[in-house]
Design a protein around this ligand. Sequence first.
Ligand code: PLP
Length: 414
Amino acid sequence: MSVPATREEAVSLDGADRLARERERFVLPEGVIYLDGNSLGPPTKASLARLDRVARGEWAGDLIKSWNTHGWIDLPLRVGDKIGRLIGAQPGETVVADSTSVNLFKVLAAASRLAADRSVILSQDDNFPTDLYIAQGLIELGGGRHRLRTTAEAEIARAIDSDTAIVLLTHVNYRTGAMHDLATLTAAAHAKGALVIWDLAHSVGAVPVDLGAAKADFAVGCGYKFLNGGPGAPAFVWVARRHQERFTQPLSGWLGHAQPFAFAPGYAPAPGVARFLCGTPPILSLAALEEGVDAMLAVEPQRLRAKSIALGDALIGLVEARCARLGLELVSPRDGARRGSQVSLSHPRAHEIMQALIARGVIGDFRPPDILRFGLAPLYLRFADIWDAVEALGTVMRGREFDDPRHGQRAKVT
Ligand SMILES: *Cc1c(COP(=O)(O)O)cnc(C)c1O
C-alpha cells in the first residue's frame, strides 16, 4: 500500500518512481491535474511532431505518392501489430480500423454467422451502452435470429449455456472500474461451446492483457483512451488466427479485399485479419496513434500496472483519510488486482462536484447517475497529483462549492 501521509511523502514516492520520467513525453497544460486520460488521452510530443510531419511533409509535399513512399497503406496492420504486443497477440492478428462501435459490429456479425445454431448473445446489464446498442442493431438486421440477454456482473458465468452463441463483455467496467477475469470467463464460455468478444476499451494501455494465453476469440479496443491516439483516433480489432479464415465480416469494403487495386467487381476477402478493414484509413489519426502506442511500448507493462494500482490505492486511501464523512462512497473494487486503471466514487451531487473540481483544475468525469470517475494513467500522473486532487476534492466538499449554480449546467459531453 502506498498511501502518503503528507504531501512530502507523495513527492518522495514520485522521486522513487521509475516511470516518473515518462511524463516528459507528454504535452499537458500547466495547472491541470488530468484524471481523464481513460476518456481522451493527452498528446505526446512525438504525436504532435508526427502530425506536423505527416500533414506538411507527406500530405502537402508528396501528395498521393505517400500511400507508397511513406507506407500509409501499411499503417493499419503495422500499428495493429504494435497494439498486439500490448494484448498478447501474435503478429497478423490485430488491425487498426474504424471506431470501436463499428468494429464491434463486424466481429459480432462474423461471430454470429459462425454460431448460427445458437440464439443468445449474452452480455452484462451495465455494459458500455454502445456495445448493447450495436448488438441490438445487428439482431434487428438479422431478422431476430438472435436475441440479446443481459445479466448482472456476478451472474454471467452461470448464465452461459448451450444456447449461448456469443458472450460479449467489456473487460474493465467503464463506470466502476471492476475488472473481469478474462481467462476464466473465456474458458467458461468455451466449455459451453460459446465464443467470446472482449471489449478492451478501458484495458489496453493500462492493464496487461494476454488474449493468446487465454485462447480468446475476438477483441476490440479504443485508440483515443489510454493509448493516447487523439480525439477520434481509430480503434482496433483482434481476431485469433485460428478463426481468421473461417469467417468474413459484412462491411465488405474494398480495403478488406484480397486485391483492392485490381478493382474487380466481386468481393474476395483478404487473407488474415486484413479482411476486417473496410474503407480508407484516417492516416493523420493513425500516425498520431502510432506515436502513442510507441510511448506505451517503451515501458515494462508490469511496471505500468504496478504504478496504476499504487496510484489507485493512494487515491482510495487519501479519500478515506482526508474526505471521510463527506458522503463519498467507493464504487471501485478496493482490491487493486480486481480494479482497472480508474477509481470511481459515488455521491448524489456527483455532476456538480465534478464541475467544481474541473473549475479547480482537476479534470475527471461524471457518469450517470451519481459517479465521479478518476482515470489513472501511470505514464504521466504523479503521486503528488493524487494528493493535490484529493485536497481539491476535500475543499470542494467542505466548502459546498457544488451548490454554486454555475456547476449545475449540463454540457453535451460530460
Ligand atoms: C469508449 C468506449 C467505446 C467507444 O466506442 P467508439 O465507437 O469509439 O465511440 C466502446 N466501448 C467501450 C467499453 C468504451 O469504453
